[in-house]
Design a binder for this molecule. Structure first.
Ligand code: MG
Ligand code: MG
Length: 282
């Protein structure tokens, strides 16, 4: 994938960041609700209906619905599906590794986030799946921690990759880091410049400026990173059939620190764990 280091970052004003927080908070609350409601026997379409109802009753519009013809409010990607799974008649089973990606628009501003969970709860998960989920989430936080005003944007992907390699050493395996799909700028559209690789690349990328808002979204597999798109033209699956996890947050960087717009607590707890400055606007 071609990456252009000259891609521009457009900084958001404090008022624009506050609007993005509205969208991000609605996305975060929707994902929290879905994690509580998902259970074996449920179809991905039923989960999707819960999400749409929650977003609309919260004053938002599902941003994925109708996006290039996409038919869901969520992307629901199960087991060897990496991203962009279409909600439908598939019945979720205990022990499935489910990645839920959710986007919403509030007052014209976007939020975009994803979580990976085990259907039926962690006790129903295979050890390797739990380790994959945890490694992917930790790598997302490492990427968030590398986002800072004045620093090169591509430090984010380098931090993700370092975190995944460290997790692989700890867990005794080599995780695959999917390179065909990247994070992105976000604001008045879901996908904006700049592209944000979730892995180490040559070059430094643009310098992060005050009010930068990006989505950081590592996609990690238990096997190789190679993948293909199914005949539905959306669902991305690993070529080797290995399971994949996907975590994502929309994050704002200001001179004062970080605001994780799609975490319900704004990222306060996660940033504190990493010793990073939490800088929500009031
Ligand atoms: Mg997403
Ligand atoms: Mg995204």
């Amino acid at each position: 994938m071609a990456l252009f280091g000259r891609e521009r970052i457009t900084g958001k004003t404090p008022d624009q960041l506050r609007l993005m927080r509205k969208a991000g908070l609605l996305v975060g609350q929707t994902l929290t609700m879905l994690q509580e409601r998902v259970e074996p026997g449920m179809t991905t379409k039923a989960l999707d209906a819960l999400a749409e109802e929650h977003i609309r009753s919260g004053g938002g519009i599902p941003s994925f619905l109708g996006y290039h013809g996409f038919t869901g409010t969520l992307c629901t990607s199960v087991n060897e599906e990496v991203v962009h799974g279409i909600p439908g008649s598939r019945v979720l089973r205990e022990g499935d590794l489910l990645s839920i990606d959710c986007g919403a628009i509030v007052e014209g501003w976007h939020g975009d986030a994803a979580v990976s969970v085990i259907v039926g709860g962690r006790q129903a998960g295979r050890t390797e799946d739990l380790q994959l989920i945890d490694a992917t989430e930790a790598s997302m936080w490492a990427g968030i921690g590398a986002l800072a005003v004045g620093q090169p944007l591509y430090a984010v992907g380098a931090a993700v990759e370092d975190a995944i390699e460290a997790a692989g050493e700890r867990d005794g395996r080599t995780y695959g880091i999917v390179e065909d799909y990247v994070g992105h700028g976000i604001g008045t559209s879901m996908h904006m410049d700049p592209q944000v690789p979730n892995y180490r690349v040559e070059g430094r990328g643009p310098r992060v400026i005050d009010g930068t808002t990006i989505a950081i979204e590592p996609m990690i597999t238990l096997g190789d990173q190679d993948n293909r798109v199914l005949a539905d033209d959306w669902t991305v699956v690993t070529l080797d059939g290995s399971r994949a996890a996907h975590w994502e947050n929309t994050v704002a960087a200001t001179v004062d620190g970080l605001w994780v717009l799609t975490e319900v607590d704004g990222g306060a707890a996660g940033l504190a764990r990493l010793g990073l400055p939490y800088a929500a606007l009031v």
